[in-house]
Design a protein around this ligand. Structure first.
Ligand code: ARG
Length: 566
């Protein structure tokens, strides 16, 4: 049910078509205080039409409205306040959630069209950063949200696996590398080789030429160069996959920058055919003056291609392959300028879909440097960060529920879930500090808090089942107290929460709603004796049942699991 729409239809009817249902929906407000009812309609706009004061119109309307959905309507000044019938609405909402199960909230907005998510995209031979983690979890949540409303998400991990740095890395490896060490500790070792190359090149500038030469060989398909590059790539992927496995995130493609190596010539030619390729100090550029942007660099003086060249190529290639409805690039906001340029180049080339090439930017995470990095030497491996989160989760679970079976499994779900949830609960563009102790807590606006609330609800249902209490009949809904009503309203809101998260590409809208729902449940739990024998007991349990479904689905959309016991 959608009571907002139902009320709008009732109003539309008494207004004799003065305003359309959609116009009324847009005007309806959620009053700040419960004293003003559940929905409020401001009558200002009608003053002109009816040539009366809004106060008078509100008063007249109030007298005309009667419906089983509505308990009472009150005119307060120019506002019309609706108090809904809590039993009728509550019954409809609970029934709908229980009938739909995890499908509750599904809607057809996307018409099965493809949406590309360019996400995660770490650089091989380097540690995956907290920024890549953000990209991974935001991209994954958006993919789930788009899928929920009938888009077909395509998750692409655009690995940073090409560029002059790999020539340097190969060069460094040839000089100082040890295959054993690389196999043992690929990221750490390769990263060190690369750093060492730069230090050495300060003394010995010829090294730069050697590095360039190796990259040239790589680009031209030299066997030895390709073999080493492939090996580095594989070892790096193994390391990245450890993190993806724990996050339970999969990709539809790992076509990274290298994939476009042999596809760039054609695109550069295309740019030239459109008369857009201009020479600027020996380099090839596309001028973007009309967009107030600096020229986009397509080829360097020495003919080498760039990050931009590959991104233009990838975008065109992806459009030809997927005819995407939109392409979302989930990348830190420090690359804002790059994506403005990318879109502008595509526009200059005359692609009307360029408007749907969107940079989904996010803020930076800073970790408490001392706590996280120094202990382990130079690089912070995300896998270690997850380990630490899981250990902290384990400590808490052991305290709260020492007898719990499979504590290890649950701790993994809670620890990893805590990291993901924290990331998504923060508004996308915010910068924030990463404080492991805080985010793994069972209280506050955390993932474990939401998981724990649901687990408590599940335990209540298990007890009811054990006692043979029947709450599966949804015809029994008879609750009108404030605690139950608050839960009903949040359940009712869930489908529209998904839509706003989609419209703003903002998973935090789902995460915040989940926290509100969990906290509404905790107040209910603290004030209502659910399992005590009463006329309301079956309805209360049905409400709790509906709540567990929506909490689980919210967490699923965010990519967080829901342990039944914790
Ligand atoms: N590998 C890049 C980095 O770590 C991110 C790639 C983002 N995606 C893209 N299509 N440019 O900075």
């Amino acid at each position: 049910m959608d009571y907002q729409k139902d009320i709008a239809e009732i109003l539309h009817h008494v207004l004799e078509d003065e305003l359309s249902v959609d116009e009324i929906i847009n005007l309806l407000e959620k009053p700040k205080s419960d004293d003003h009812g559940d929905l409020a309609f401001p009558a200002f706009q009608l003053a002109k039409v009816f040539r009366k004061a809004p106060q008078e119109i509100a008063g007249n309307l109030a007298d005309q409205i009667e419906d089983p959905l509505i308990d009472r309507v009150q005119a307060v000044g120019p506002y019309l306040n609706f108090f809904l019938n809590r039993k009728t609405v509550g019954q409809a909402v609970v029934q709908e959630v229980l009938a739909a199960g995890s499908a509750f909230g599904e809607q057809n907005i996307g018409g099965n069209e493809n949406v590309i998510l360019d996400m995660s995209s770490p650089n091989i031979a380097k540690p995956m950063s907290m920024g890549h983690l953000r990209s991974t979890v935001i991209g994954n949540a958006l993919a789930n949200i788009y899928q929920k409303i009938s888009f077909n998400p395509v998750k692409i991990n655009y690995l940073g696996d090409w560029g002059t740095q790999f020539g340097k890395l190969i060069c460094a490896y040839k000089k100082w590398g040890d295959p054993e060490k690389v196999r043992e500790n690929p990221i750490q070792e390769l990263n060190e080789l690369y750093v060492h190359f730069h230090e050495a090149a300060e003394e010995e500038p010829e090294l730069e030429d050697e590095g360039r030469e190796w990259f040239r060989r790589l680009e031209n398909g030299d066997e030895e160069a390709i073999e080493l590059w492939q090996w580095f790539r594989e070892e790096s992927l193994k390391e990245f996959n450890k993190v993806y496995d724990r996050l339970e995130i999969t990709f539809d493609s790992f076509n990274g920058e290298a994939y476009y190596n042999d596809k760039m010539d054609e695109v550069v030619q295309l740019i030239d055919d459109k008369n857009l390729l201009k020479e600027d100090q020996g380099a090839q550029v596309v001028y973007l003056d009309d967009y107030d942007l600096n020229p986009a660099l397509i080829k360097k003086q020495d003919g080498a291609t760039l990050y931009m060249t590959r991104d233009v190529t990838a975008a065109i290639n992806r459009y030809n392959k997927f005819e995407f409805n939109r392409a979302l690039y989930v990348v830190g906001q420090d690359q804002n300028y790059h994506f403005q340029q990318l879109q502008a180049v595509l526009k200059e080339m005359g692609y009307d879909w360029a408007d749907e090439v969107l940079h989904i930017a996010f803020g930076l995470i800073s970790i408490d440097g001392e706590k996280m990095s120094t202990r382990r030497g130079k690089v912070v491996l995300l896998n270690d960060v997850l380990d630490e989160a899981v250990n902290k989760a384990y400590e808490q679970i052991s305290q709260k529920n020492p007898d719990l079976d499979n504590k290890e499994v649950v701790s993994e779900e809670v620890g990893v879930g805590a990291v993901i949830f924290n990331d998504l609960h923060n508004e996308r563009t915010n910068n924030f500090d990463f404080d492991l102790d805080e985010i793994v807590k069972f209280e506050g606006e955390t993932g474990p808090y939401v998981q724990y609330s649901r687990a408590r609800a599940m335990s209540m249902l298990r007890k009811a089942d054990d006692q043979g209490i029947d709450y599966k009949d949804t015809g029994i809904y008879n609750l009108s107290d404030d605690y139950s009503w608050r839960i009903i309203k949040y359940l009712h809101e869930f489908p529209s929460v998904i839509v706003s998260a989609y419209e703003k590409n903002e998973p935090s809208i789902v995460a915040r709603h989940a926290v509100r729902l969990a906290s509404a449940f905790n107040q209910f739990y603290a004030n209502v004796r659910v399992l005590d024998e009463s006329e309301e007991r079956p309805a209360r349990l049905a409400l709790v049942h509906a709540l567990t479904i929506v909490l689980k689905e919210s967490l699923r959309l965010l990519g967080v699991s829901s342990p039944d016991k914790m």
